[in-house]
Design a protein around this ligand. Structure first.
Ligand code: FES
Ligand code: FES
Length: 166
């Protein structure tokens, strides 16, 4: 697998995007999907592939602040965008959404978790009020094969409350 290409992306003739606040040149075939570019070219394997057909939400990343299924976006369509993957949340401490997932035991095998966490972040940013019904509605595009939805909903509610109180 290639190493992340975080070279200087100042040549304007080469399409670029920002991934986790680092400039990245978009290379590969025109048909390359964003999810495969992130995983196979940049080595950011925290973004998972569950279905490749826009059903499961395992591939969710943030694109210009909104959650998108990266199996539905060509890498070239993300030209000029700011992409955040689950690796982009890494800091000294867990992000409040990650901490809430840990605290509420909201992951089992963890396969759906990166997509769930980024979807949660998006819904928390967009919804000033998040109750259980709203969270469940917002999660309809994210499947958990381990069916741990109860704790996922609890974790998102808890993270939303925590983030609002800061
Ligand atoms: Fe993208 Fe399933 S891999 S929605
Ligand atoms: Fe296993 Fe969700 S925790 S798929």
């Amino acid at each position: 697998m290639d190493s992340p290409n975080f070279d200087d992306a100042s040549d304007m003739s080469i399409p670029t995007m920002s991934v986790n606040n680092k400039p990245v040149q978009i290379d590969g075939e025109a048909r390359t999907l964003l999810v495969h570019f992130l995983r196979d070219t940049l080595g950011l394997t925290g973004t998972h592939v569950g279905c490749d057909t826009s059903q499961c939400g395992a591939c969710v990343v943030m694109m210009d602040g909104r959650a998108v299924k990266s199996c539905t976006v060509l890498a070239l369509q993300a030209q000029g965008s700011d992409i955040t993957t689950i690796e982009g949340l890494i800091s000294e401490d867990l992000h409040p959404v990650q901490a809430a997932f840990q605290q509420h035991h909201a992951l089992q095998c963890g396969f759906c978790t990166p997509g769930m966490i980024l979807t949660a972040l998006d819904m928390i940013h967009r919804n000033p009020v998040l109750d259980e019904e709203k969270i469940r509605h917002e999660l309809e595009g994210n499947l958990c094969r381990c069916t741990g939805y109860q704790n996922i909903v609890k974790a998102i509610k808890s993270a939303a409350d925590q983030i609002r109180s800061e």
